[in-house]
Unconditional design. Structure first.
Length: 195
């Protein structure tokens, strides 16, 4: 599985995902991560990527052009291959679920688009996004944390990522059940005995 992440904060993604189980999965080649800084595609001499909303309104919006050019740089459609899905992190999107993680894990590549400020010019969203996704009914400051949450959940479903091949697919969460409580040694801890 290859993940491309379009973001204004690549270091946030890199630092968050190069540790623990996902770090190991990257080193072992089960997944790969390529971050693209949208700011590198600014056409503005001050490297700006945001502007005031057309016709007024509060806050700033990310402009269409740098987002579109960043997407074009990573989404080179290979001959005979279907276009890579573009997941846009948005509180208005479809709510992310275990089912969706499993389905997305079947793809060879995925592109994550992370917004910041008050949002992104709708025209580029219409042009490139295939799947708007929300990670829950709350509003975050940007799409980077949602992308990391999704990449974690999807990667667990990629064969080889978990040491015990089975645990991602067979574990009870998959069937929407709760795993029963588990214990380790010692048998008695703080006068509590393993039942
Ligand atoms: N961006 C801001 N809030 C979000 C959320 N809840 N899910 C996905 N992307 C977001």
């Amino acid at each position: 599985m290859k993940y491309h992440i379009l973001t204004l904060f690549p270091e946030m993604i890199e630092q968050g995902l190069h540790t623990s189980i996902l770090g190991r999965a990257i080193n072992n080649g089960y997944i790969s991560l390529e971050t693209t800084n949208i700011r590198d595609f600014s056409a503005n001499k001050f490297n700006r990527v945001d502007d005031y909303p057309y016709g007024g309104g509060a806050g700033m919006l990310m402009q269409a052009q740098p987002v579109y050019d960043a997407w074009k740089a990573v989404a080179k459609p290979a001959e005979g291959k279907k276009p890579v899905r573009v997941l846009f992190m948005s509180p208005q999107g479809k709510t992310f679920s275990q089912e969706m993680a499993k389905e997305l894990a079947q793809e060879e590549e995925l592109i994550f688009l992370c917004g910041h400020y008050e949002g992104i010019d709708e025209r580029v969203i219409e042009e490139i996004v295939t799947d708007p996704v929300s990670i829950g009914d709350y509003v975050l400051t940007g799409g980077e944390l949602p992308a990391m949450v999704m990449i974690d959940a999807i990667s667990r479903m990629v064969p080889g990522v978990l040491k015990n091949e089975d645990s991602g697919v067979t574990e009870s969460f998959q069937e929407n059940l709760l795993e029963y409580p588990q214990y380790t040694r010692p048998e008695v801890w703080e006068s509590k005995k393993v039942p």
